[in-house]
Ligand binder design. Structure first.
Ligand code: HEC
Ligand code: HEC
Length: 154
């Protein structure tokens, strides 16, 4: 009985000792993410303002990459939040009859992709705005001159 107790004691001690051994040094928290600061910092990003051009008087920017949602070239003050009852964007931009025509000062018609249910009927372009595109600001953001928070090589 005694030997068994001693054996159990020894095994437990070995387990405790192995567990307490220091592993390889962990990754410092400032090396974990893209922002090279620690999670304990309270960052104060530079303040920025959105453009104030009213619809029709703004200037469009080149797309960030092929297929990227264009940035909104005008102020959206008063148009957000987009709700079921209130979607000013649709009021101006819902115009399939004007597909492919871009005229400065005239609301750019939403493209055919916005009338295509890509999940259930890809390739079937309708004349009805698809619900998945209803909340425009989910993908489109107003222009603003902001310094990127982190470098980007994309
Ligand atoms: C009063 C009409 C009006 C409203 C409301 C409006 N827009 Fe526009 N929008 C325009 C006009 C006009 C243009 C054409 C560019 C210009 O001349 O400003 C435009 C251009 C755009 C473009 C095209 C950018 C490009 O590069 O081709 C996007 C995207 C856009 N608006 C998104 C929105 C979103 C999102 C909302 C709602 C939050 C919205 N607009 C509300 C009139 C409007
Ligand atoms: C799920 C993301 C998404 C949502 C939501 C969305 N868009 Fe877009 N939009 C895009 C992308 C991506 C493009 C560019 C590629 C393309 O033409 O389909 C685009 C292009 C556009 C353009 C440019 C058309 C042109 O010919 O240059 C307009 C205008 C526009 N969207 C308006 C809107 C409005 C208004 C809404 C809300 C009713 C909206 N979008 C909702 C992703 C989105």
């Amino acid at each position: 009985m005694k030997t068994i107790n001693i054996l159990i004691g020894l095994t437990l001690m070995t387990l405790v000792l192995t567990g307490a051994q220091a592993g390889p040094p962990g990754i410092a928290d400032e090396d974990l993410g893209l922002s090279k600061s620690t999670v304990f910092d309270t960052p104060s990003p530079e303040a920025f303002a959105y453009g104030e051009a009213s619809p029709g008087s703004g200037n469009t920017l080149p797309r960030a990459y092929t297929g990227a949602p264009p940035q909104i070239p005008h102020s959206i003050q008063g148009f957000v939040p987009v709700t079921v009852r209130n979607n000013a964007c649709v009021g101006c931009h819902n115009n399939p009859a004007m597909w492919g025509q871009k005229t400065k000062g005239v609301p750019t018609p939403m493209p055919p992709s916005h009338y295509t249910d890509t999940r259930h009927a890809p390739g079937n372009v309708t004349k009805k705005l698809i619900g998945a595109r209803f909340v425009c600001t989910q993908c489109h953001v107003p222009q603003a001159s902001v310094q990127p928070l982190v470098d980007n090589t994309f």
